[in-house]
Each structure stands twice: as C-alpha cells, then as structure tokens.
Design a protein around this ligand. Sequence first.
Ligand code: MG
Length: 218
Amino acid sequence: MRAIFIDRDGVINKDPGGWTKHNYVTELKDLHFLPGSLKALKLLKDNGIRVIIVSNQGGVSKGYFSKERLEEVNALMLEKIRASGGDIEEVCCCIHRDEDNCECRKPKTGMLEKAIDKHSIKPRDTFIIGDSYVDIHAGSRMGIKTVFVLSGKMTLEELKKHDARPDYVFKDLLEAVSWILEKEKRKSDRAARRRSEGKRVDSGEEDTDSIRDGGDRA
Ligand SMILES: [Mg+2]
C-alpha cells in the first residue's frame, strides 16, 4: 500500500460539532488532537505509507471562516504532526457547500479521484478512514476499502440510517491503523512465502484471511 486516505475532523482531531460556534474548526485553539491519532500517523510514516487527508470544510463557502484561516489551521496541524514524527503527503479540502454543486464535496468522489490519479494509487489497494457516512459512501463509490471510526460525529446506528456499510469499524484511528499495518504485514509475509516457494505472486492478491475478524462491529 502506497498511501491511505484519512478524513480530518473526528478522526485526527476532535470533531468540532456541538462545541464550537459554527461546528467547524475556525480558530487555531479549536484544533485538539484525538488520543492516539498522532501516534497512528507516526506509525504510518514509519511504515512508509503516505497519508492524504480528504476533508469537507464547507464552512468556508458558508462564510464562517476564510480559506486563509483554513490553511492556517491545516498548517498548525501539520506542524504538530511532523513534530511528533508523522507526516502528511497532501491535505485536500473541499470548501464548498451542497448548493455549490461541486464535484469534490464528499460523498462525491472528486477529491479521491484527483489524488488517486496524482499519486498513482490503486483504489482496491488502499483504505479511507472516516467518521461519517460521507467518507464511507465516497470510498465505496471508488472501490476503496472503507473504515469507520467511532471517535467522531456519528454512531454506528446513525451511520446505518444513511445506508452506509463500512468494510471495517474501529474505535479510533490508532486502532484502525494498527490493524491495517498488521494486515499489510501478513500480506507481505504471505507474498514472501509464496515467492520462496517459487509460486507466482499476484501483487493485487485479495486477502484470504478472515479480514472481518479485525474489529468489524458493523
Ligand atoms: Mg469527519
């Protein structure tokens, strides 16, 4: 796996819904990392997996905060992530609201499509980790494996009301990333074993393990 898609609010930092003025991170002081998220990002970096953030920030189009402020918040986030040993390859934000009819606002797939192209990512070879049905719908539409985390704005019950069916469910980013890395390791061990046995190795080989034992509570 070359890269992974991660939503921002409710996955990396505390979802701003319900306790900020506009339900968006419009102030630097409202950026609070969730427990374990910095460690998860470091683990990804240590394992050579690049992180692409895909985030809806419609509060810009709604006039709650400026694009410049959004960039400041992202810059602060990046600074803290790097200081703790992680990294982000690219931060993709959609600043539109529904009425703007853009192609990028999740559950639409514009941000994912662009990044897949730009970074030569194989959809079936990667994951999207998010805390909302929009992440799950966008990922499913692109054939990306979907991971729902319970650290953000939605419960599993709410998710189901939107008819979103994630492939996996975990408590938070750290739990999800730890499991993904373990799965990747098993996959590469298996490929190495087949290679040593002189068998053909299909790089796109699907997992034969019971992949749902990793924490799926859906
Ligand atoms: Mg979110």
